[in-house]
Design a protein. Structure first.
Lengths: 430, 274
């Protein structure tokens, strides 16, 4: 939220720096006193959690990269060397592998939160688009990272996913094949493929970090949305980010890390696949090739379409459609809380994503395929039909007068005169 | 008024239940690998509970089973003899590790004359593989390749439970057609395995009074293979306990700090409103 700077450099050094690079001013204005709606619930803590996860993944990843060998013959054994002979290597590797899963748990919750409370609606469209871009970069990064241990599932997942590009042969004969060979660096998935995936796996997190900076910038320009979805009307409805949200986010982060640690220390292979402890073997295809759990809904959509080219198109569309959400939703109100009809469609959509996740882990035949198609249909109908149509025909419930009304109760707001702003404590002044 | 806030607790309950549900299946994949995969019965292991540790004596017996039976066909190329003496494993004495290593001849070189030579293994050497290459292994085993066992306990759904089940051979049901040179095995996907039943009562002489039965051999070698696949399991469990306690205490403090800070805000509201 644009607000006048309240930074007061107190020492000579700070004044000197402030005149040259006002970084302390930016930190103070954006992360200390930044006016934040006082009614944010715990669903809003996942932004901070995601920032932590990105830093944790980069930190563990950089150290793992010091010991990892990105070659066909060396990759699997170097990962095992990390597990056996590198000091705390087992912790680094499990934290990094489980961390990827936890990262996706957090990003999916964060995305659903944005969808539920209409955080993509004006004036936050750019914020949302940058978020979808981060999601896509995360998907690419996670896919490339999963290839690195060069186990059976790594190798065959790379084979299946890179082969998707060959579907372009249906558009221009030979184009897909050319493209796939260019990606592989050869005529099959092999050493050159692994080497480039490793290079890009190291690059992408820094691209994510860059887009995260833009994402936060785009957040701090209009300011946070909030559970009511209505605009902040006065500074009284906000609190400074620190200490109010540093404490709240901090607590939520610790609970999240607690769950993260429980998996790392007590079930580190729970999210993995046993086949990935078998070294990659190009001559032996596993009976079922399944991606990591966080890709399963997209995998189910891919397999629901009988035509390869259209399947790949649906897969791509299932994510890129998110870019258009700010314009697909025609509702005048942001928060689903005040949308009696849309609410049901929203929860049906959440259920659909979970169902697609389950179906993605099952073989694509019989009833699995039938349901896969039904849920795929609803997945797209939610964006293309529900969002535009329900927004037009629905009569939203009465919105509260201010964002604090649901917090303090309408009686307090209606019955009593508004508190004089002069009486507010200094730290509340945004 | 807050449907989303209400189900927040539910989502976290699911997240918390996730590791809880899998605690009993330490370090093994739980995803069903195909619908036709046979059911693997869960066994009780000393290392499965959150504070579980390996049973050193069991691992020593398991190593004996590996050395005297499995090692004639199966390699464990990721392990070194020194691992046998490291904490959290079979914990043989340093002297015993040296003796165990020196019983094996490994090839080394080339020496100054440019020739390869044989010498007794040292603790720092990797376990010697029974075959020089995969082709030789297949030649000696009727075309089948005995897989490396280093991470076997993590590479199959069910892990040590699967290995234990696999080693308990039962006669084939009537009418089951076995291919030439194959053996019936209930735990193996497809029920036909190239490995002949490797264990029989009394083939390995235990020295610690444990009954020399197939069931004990299978149990001990499964535990040993679990250690081989996850040698830092004990360290992980111990560190985990400390980390969890630290995080719980920190989270409680953080919650109290958050409540105190936010109470200041509510308090000021109430007084202003009155």
């Amino acid at each position: 939220m644009a607000h006048p700077s309240s930074y007061q450099p107190s020492t000579g050094i700070e004044r000197w720096l402030d005149a040259r690079l006002p970084i302390m001013r930016v930190m103070h204005d954006q992360f200390m006193v930044f006016p934040t709606p006082r009614n944010l619930n715990y669903w809003w803590t996942f932004g901070g959690i995601l920032t932590f996860m990105l830093v944790a993944q980069i930190a563990t990843g950089v150290v793992l990269a010091m010991h990892y060998v990105p070659t066909e013959d060396g990759a699997f054994d170097s990962v095992e060397k990390i597990m056996r002979d590198v000091n705390w290597g087992w912790l680094l590797r499990y934290a990094h592998a489980v961390g990827a899963s936890m990262f996706f748990v957090a990003v999916y919750i964060h995305t659903f939160r944005g969808l539920y409370y209409g955080s993509y609606k004006a004036p936050r469209e750019v914020l949302w688009i940058l978020g979808v871009l981060i999601l896509m970069l995360m998907i690419a990064t996670a896919f490339m990272g999963y290839s690195l241990p060069w186990g059976q599932m790594s190798f065959w997942a790379v084979t299946v996913i890179t082969n998707l590009f060959s579907s372009l042969d249906a558009v221009i004969p030979g184009l897909g094949t050319q493209l796939v060979e260019w990606i592989w660096g050869g005529f099959a998935v092999g050493g050159p493929t692994l080497n480039r995936l490793y290079s890009l796996h190291y690059l992408f997190p820094f691209l994510i970090a860059g887009v995260v900076v833009l994402h936060i910038w785009a957040l701090h320009t209009p300011g946070n949305n909030n559970p009511t979805g209505i605009d902040v009307k006065s500074p009284k409805e906000t609190v400074p980010f620190h200490p109010y949200y540093t404490m709240k986010d901090g607590f939520a982060l610790l609970v999240f890390i607690l769950v993260f640690a429980a998996v790392v220390f007590y079930a580190p292979n729970f999210v993995g696949h046993p086949d990935n402890y078998i070294p990659a073997n190009p001559l032996q295809t596993p009976p079922h090739i399944v991606p990591e759990w966080y890709f399963l809904p997209f995998y189910a959509i891919l397999r629901a379409i009988p035509n390869k080219l259209f399947g790949v198109a649906a897969l791509m569309a299932s994510i890129t459609i998110l870019f258009f959400v700010p314009w697909l939703d025609t509702s005048k109100v942001r928060s689903t809380r005040y949308r009696p009809i849309y609410k049901w469609f929203f929860w049906a959509f959440v259920l659909t994503c979970l169902a697609l996740g389950y179906l993605g882990s099952q073989p694509p035949d019989g009833w699995y395929l039938v349901f896969g198609r039904i849920f795929t249909l609803y997945y797209f109908a939610f964006f293309l039909v529900v969002m535009p149509v329900v927004g037009l025909i629905e009569k939203p419930r009465r919105l509260p007068g201010s964002i604090t009304e649901p917090v303090l109760g309408p009686a307090q707001v209606k019955g009593r005169p508004a508190p004089a702003s002069a009486k507010r404590k200094p730290e509340e002044v945004a | 008024m807050q449907p989303f806030g209400f189900s927040f607790a539910g989502v976290f309950a699911v997240l918390l239940a996730l590791p809880g549900a899998s605690l009993a299946e330490e370090a093994t994949g739980t995803q069903a690998n195909g619908n036709h995969a046979p059911e693997i019965a869960r066994q009780s292991w000393s290392f499965t509970p959150p504070f579980g540790t390996f049973d050193n004596a069991q691992l020593q017996r398991g190593f004996q089973v590996y050395k005297e039976v499995c090692a004639s066909c199966h390699s464990m190329r990721l392990l070194s003899y020194r691992n046998l003496g490291e904490p959290g494993g079979p914990e043989f004495s340093p002297k015993a590790v040296e003796v165990l290593a020196s019983q094996v001849q490994v090839s080394d070189g080339p020496n100054e004359k440019g020739e390869m030579f044989q010498r007794p293994a040292q603790p720092s050497d990797r376990f010697r593989s029974p075959f020089a290459n995969d082709q030789l292994a297949r030649l000696a085993n009727n075309g089948a390749l005995p897989p490396d066992l280093s991470v076997m306990a993590k590479a199959r759904p069910g892990g040590p439970d699967y290995i234990y089940a696999l080693l308990g051979y039962h006669p084939a049901p009537q009418g089951f057609e076995l291919a030439q040179g194959m053996y019936y095995n209930e735990a193996f996907p497809g029920h036909q395995i190239a490995m002949p039943p490797p264990l029989s009562d009394g083939v390995i002489a235990y020295t610690d009074g444990t009954k020399p039965t197939v069931d004990n051999y299978a149990r001990d070698v499964s535990a040993y293979l679990m250690w081989a696949a996850e040698p830092k399991l004990e360290e992980r469990h111990k560190t985990g306990a400390r980390v969890m306690i630290f995080l719980i205490v920190f989270a409680v403090i953080m919650y109290l700090a958050k409540r105190t800070v936010w109470a200041r805000l509510k308090h000021s509201n109430a007084t202003h409103g009155a």
